[in-house]
Ligand binder design. Structure first.
Ligand SMILES: C[S@@+](CC[C@H](N)C(=O)[O-])C[C@H]1O[C@@H](n2cnc3c(N)ncnc32)[C@H](O)[C@@H]1O
Length: 223
């Protein structure tokens, strides 16, 4: 795994904290960024797979030796210190992320990058009283990703569409979101051509996507 554009975007969204946890860290590059830039006092790198965690342990060996980082094999937040104030969970499905938070604890700040079902993550965060302060789609290494940053204590007023598509994507869209909409519209048009059943559902989805696309074009022209 290289330090990719996706990882650079995630690192750019990381904030200063006291105790950091990178859950499902694999290579550990984001934790390296936190420690190198003095963004946390201590960091926990964790992964359900000892083999994956070993990569981060090797990368961060000097920090572990000094006691600035600790490596933990565990599922989700199972063995993560409950006083951790910033938790990063990236590169997992949205349902898995929600399960980890439900079964674990709710930290002060979260940086999440679900690979799918981002809407379920947003709905969960809002139901737990989080404010969502960053929530946008970006394109990296040939794929579209969602990044969601949330803080406890300032609940956001999210509409159904914001839950489905991402708050910042609707309020202050970027070109990457427009590209994602274009791709989804093309896909749904193809499915519609081939569909023998479920045409109504595809048509409804297409209507919604085209409506959001038109609004997004308008917003981008304004900005
Ligand atoms: C695709 S990698 C993502 C690695 C890194 N977070 C990133 O964004 O590049 C997913 C990692 O999460 C770990 N993982 C999957 N489910 C997990 C869980 N429930 N708890 C902890 N780690 C998990 C996997 O072992 C794997 O190393």
């Amino acid at each position: 795994m290289k330090r990719t554009k996706r990882l650079s975007v995630l690192c750019g969204e990381l904030e200063a904290c006291t105790l950091f946890a990178d859950v499902g860290c694999d290579h550990g590059y984001c934790t390296e960024y936190m420690l190198k830039n003095g963004l946390c006092r201590r960091a926990q790198i964790s992964d359900i797979s000892a083999k994956s965690l070993k990569k981060a342990e090797d990368l961060l060996a000097s920090y572990i030796e000094r006691g600035d980082a600790v490596a933990i094999v565990c599922a989700g937040l199972e063995k993560i210190d409950r006083s951790t104030d910033l938790v990063l969970i990236a590169g997992m499905g949205g349902e898995e992320i929600v399960k980890i938070l439900e079964e674990g604890f709710l930290p002060e700040k979260l940086l999440l990058q679900p690979m799918k079902n981002a809407d379920k993550v947003r709905a969960f965060l809002l139901s737990k009283g989080y404010g969502i302060c960053r929530d946008y789609t970006f394109f990296a290494e040939g794929k579209f990703y969602d990044v969601i940053k949330a803080c406890k204590g300032a609940p956001s007023a999210y509409t159904e569409d914001m839950i489905l598509f991402g708050g910042d994507n609707l309020i202050s869209p970027r070109a990457d979101f427009l590209k994602k909409l274009e791709k989804e519209i093309r896909l749904n048009e193809l499915w519609l051509q081939e569909a023998k059943e479920g045409r109504e559902n595809i048509l409804a989805r297409l209507r919604k996507l085209r409506g959001i696309y038109d609004e997004t074009c308008g917003r981008l022209r304004e900005n």
